[in-house]
Structures are given as structure tokens and as C-alpha cells.
Design a protein around this ligand. Sequence first.
Ligand code: HEC
Length: 251
Amino acid sequence: MARLKNIDSFLIVTICLLATQGLAASGGAEVESANIDPNNINSLQRGAANFMNYCSGCHSAKYVRYKTIGEDLGLSEEMLVDSLMFNAESTFDTIQVSMPSDDASQWYGTAPPDLSLMARAKGVDYIFTFLKGFYVDAESPTGVDNIALPGTSMPHVLWELQGYQSAHFESYEDSEGFVTTTFKGFKQITPGMIDSEDYDKFIRDIVNFLSYIAEPVRGFRVMLGKWVIIYLIFFLIIARMLKKQIWKDVK
Ligand code: HEC
């Protein structure tokens, strides 16, 4: 009996672990939740188009092929060629950037990083906060700074959509003379083409797409996980029946 109990608890723990995996999110007190829905194909399709239009001029995503994106997001070859592949020849190509990285380093100070794995490296919530976090700073060469990445050399490429905002900070000096500055909030200075709710949706789609390219096999992994759980439950039932059968004559 003791052994069966062990098997039971082992299976229950395994099932719980499988069920909760993926819930562990990256933290950070000031980071806003991106609230993406990886199963929302429309959001991923919009995100792909937004990425190609607004980000791919500077950022590559060299670990993902157009063909894979097309297959996973239900886009025909024609749609791929017409709406996503601006500088690619074949659907077998990966997302490359036309700007040579040496030039990019010279222009921006830091070369725009490849974004294939960025969602895994920094977390989707971070990227969401980053894309919302540009504020006017007259001293910065790009005219803006960012709350998530202070001193960033990325310009506010979505300014037309979001408009410009200023950031409000409060400084506090303790008795020993240490100054702590805390961020208190943004204030809209010039309006963008869309309101802040639609802007959130717009960048949420991009972040969703970045999350997808960081792990294109996620769908398969989730599906496999479900089958493993079903198998484990099935195995538990069989094990119980087998145990009853084997022990029925032994008293
Ligand atoms: C005009 C060129 C340019 C465009 C267009 C651009 N970026 Fe960037 N991006 C940069 C540069 C330069 C950096 C490096 C910034 C740094 O390290 O300070 C960067 C960095 C980043 C980072 C990494 C931030 C970090 O913490 O290291 C992310 C994420 C990012 N960009 C997302 C985007 C997304 C999403 C878009 C499209 C909406 C976009 N970028 C469009 C130039 C660009």
C-alpha cells in the first residue's frame, strides 16, 4: 500500500508541476503586464505586420523563417510575399535587416539587437513596458529617453501612433544626503494618431509576435504537455487496476 501511495503522490506532484509550468513569470515591480494571448492568431498576424512595418528596418529576427511564420499563422504564400516580405527573396529566408550592423552601431551608438529571442531573454512584460516607456528628454541625442532602459539609443519609432509624453519624477533626500529618485508617471504632451488603449493593443500584438518567434514550437509543446498529462492519468488508472488484480488473493 505504501508503495502505491508513493506512486500516487509522485504522479500527483508531476501533474501539478506540468500544470503550473509556464505560470512562473519574470518579475520586476515597475514592469507592466503585457497580457498577451499566444493563441490569438489574429493578434499574431497583426503583430507580424506591425513588426515588419515598424521594427524590421533596424531589427533582424534571424532565427525565424518566413515560411514557418506563414504556416503557423495561417498565411498563404501570396499573403506572405505581399504583406511581410519586404526585402526577402524566398519564403525560406529568415528576417534579415538591410542596414549593415557597423553602420548601425555608428548611427545609434549601439547596434539594434536581433529580436528573435528577445522575448525569452528579457520577458514580454519588459518589452511591453519598454515600448510604452519613451518620454521626451531634450538632452538625449534621440530627443527621448526610456523608463525601462534609461539612456537607450533606440529612438521613439512609434511616436506618430503614441504621440509624445513627459515623465514625472520625484526626488527624495534622506538625512544622510542620499537622493532617491522615483518615477511617478507620464503626462501626454502631444496626442498620437491613436488613443492610449489602442496603442496598448498595437504594441501587445507586436509583443505577442515577438513571444511567438522566440519559441515557434510553443504550440507543439503545449499540445505534447496535454497528452503527457492524459497519459499519466491513464497510467494511474491502469496501475491501480493492476495492483488490485495482483493483490486480490494475497491477504
Ligand atoms: C531606427 C532604428 C530602430 C527601430 C525602427 C526599432 N528599434 Fe528597437 N532598438 C534600436 C536600437 C539602436 C536599440 C539598442 C538600444 C540600446 O541598447 O540602448 C534597440 C533596442 C531594442 C530592444 C532591446 C531593449 C533592451 O532592453 O535591450 C527591443 C526589445 C526593441 N528595440 C524593440 C523594438 C521594436 C518592437 C520595434 C518596432 C516597434 C523597434 N525596436 C524598432 C533601434 C530601433
